[in-house]
Design a protein around this ligand. Sequence first.
Ligand SMILES: [Zn+2]
Length: 223
Amino acid sequence: MQRNLFFLYRRCRDLRTVNASRTQRDCLAEVMQGIHKRGWCDGTGGNFSVVLQHQPLQLLMAPSGVDKGQVRADQLIVVDQICNVLQGEGKASAETSLHLRIVEATQAGAVLHTHSVAGTVLSRHYEGKRGILLEGWEMLKGLVGIKTHATSINIPIISNSQSMQELGDAIAPSLKSAPCGFLVAGHGLYAWGADLEASKQHLEILEFLLKVKLTQMQIAHQS
Ligand SMILES: [Zn+2]
């Protein structure tokens, strides 16, 4: 009887799971490997998700605790809006609920979360100011809606916590006005966009600008 119930549960679960296409799996695995190569998610750090459907929300992502430079397309898991794993082996990362909140608030198509050196150091340094102001850089034009270098953005910073509820509540008021990204102090960067490609572009631009800021501070001390 219990065995039948188990198969019935598995069948119901499989019926409501959106199947990620080969392309979606391959693209996400490729993006994660590229980010890992750049040293932005060493160890098993960082997490990356693609929205398979918004209603009800389902994400394709890497399981918890795996090396993002090694993860294969067929190892990716599908997770629902309350962090249940609908498809694939392994557990959903603790940070999944923050990905879900970002997607719900911004209607993003993907969320990329890195642990780069620049993001980690600067977010701690500017934690008291609750944000990092970046202005006048040509690369700002890589962010959606920005057409000129003669502008500025403020990347919000929230304090770190092991409670995803706390992190989500702290960033919620700033999500809509954030420049497609925010920092968690001493931890790393979250970036998003309309789809995986746009999210990757925003991540690269924000990481570039953070590295510029860090380099600028380093040379200021030398001169
Ligand atoms: Zn993290």
